[in-house]
Design a protein around this ligand. Sequence first.
Ligand code: UDP
Length: 453
Amino acid sequence: MANITQKHRAHILAVPYPSQGHICPMLQFCRRLVSKGVKASLAITNHISTTLNPEPDDHVSLVTISDGYDDGGFSGADSVAAYLANLEVAGSQSLGILIEERVGTSDTITCVVYDAFLPWGLNVAKKYGLLGAPFFTQACGVNYVYYLIYHGKFTMPVSSPPVDIQGLPTLDVGDLPSFVGSPESYPAYLELVLNQYTNLGDTDFVLVNTVYELEDEVVDVMSKECPLLTIGPTIPSFYVDNRIPHDKEYGLSLYPIDPTPITNWLSTKPSKSVVYVSFGSMACLTKAQVGELAWGLQQSKYHFLWVVRASEEGKLPKGFVDEKGLIVRWSPQLEVLSSEAIGCFFTHCGWNSTLEALVMGVPIIGMPQWTDQPMDAKFVEDVWKVGVRVKVNDEGLVGKEEIVRCLNEVMEERRGEFIENGKKWKHLMKIAISKGGSSDRNIDEFITKIVRS
Ligand code: UDP
């Protein structure tokens, strides 16, 4: 390991893609670096900064760059493609200014850790002679599928039969990232995920927010083609190794809430009696699907805590009420998942939500919507065996009967099996980030290299 003085000279600037599921893991990674003596700053957009006016972080300095939409952020853009194009132009320019302003000061940046969705971060880093490392926020298996497509080793669209990729379980079309089965569905996002590999060969390191033990086979296979450092889980230390003081919350929520009514409600519920339902920060369900979910939850015997974001509220059946349940616009998810009252997590299988459930040992019902979520759900059901994935009917819906069936299976019939398997992954994830574990060693290796370069 590098000595303290060397470490103090290193200053990492982390640049996440400006969404909830990307900011939090990078912020946590920065906290981890700071806990090991390295200076770290996190760049959020001017829009996020002015809307949230975040409290200063105890560990990491917050700085700002522009995404080209300082007033409206993402919703100010006409299209995803327009947002991404302006983010690149305005982001590169403002990132460059931020780096330049600090040259020769005690804040001099030495390494840019940029979201793999923003490969232009490397061009900016190299322009100023700095080290650059992409940070992949999705599972390694997902990254590997995109990597193979980018290098022409795997062709889209995939229709049938099931696909065999070294390091991964046999995958049906519906298990692959959604953009692979239907490349025409979101062309701008497909381009975004494939562009992650444009300059990978020029980077100094490749950081992946996963845990080696969760995806060992595919990490081994991909590492032969491009050396990876698995550094996860990037979840507040309190819930994993508890080595970083005052690190219990992500701290930068794009959806501010008062957690008290939720935690008070949970505290009145018996142990393992509540189903926590959330589809993350982006997924939009159809009105019909929200209806099926509502009736399914109502028909089930279980209490439920359901996050329905303000933008989704209009899809709830008119006048829907159920005294077994609490519907909220956003939740303190880590606190919720760690609550004794929670019996299972009905989730879209976003990568952060999946890691959080695994860390807390909470059984999962996966209802993936798009992007990387189907593959995460496949691992949940068939690799880690900590839950089930819902079945979609011929109309493309998950019907209320199927919802009730899955709830019974996970809350009762196969509960013991999922809890037992979950204990193993929870333990392995804790070991990975604890002193001397696989992620801890990789973080140390990263630090050693940046301070010596
Ligand atoms: N989250 C939260 N409260 C909620 C819903 C989600 O704090 O009510 C957090 C969750 O803990 C996770 C993130 O938002 O860290 C969502 O990331 P994920 O990758 O699961 O999904 P995305 O929002 O990117 O689709």
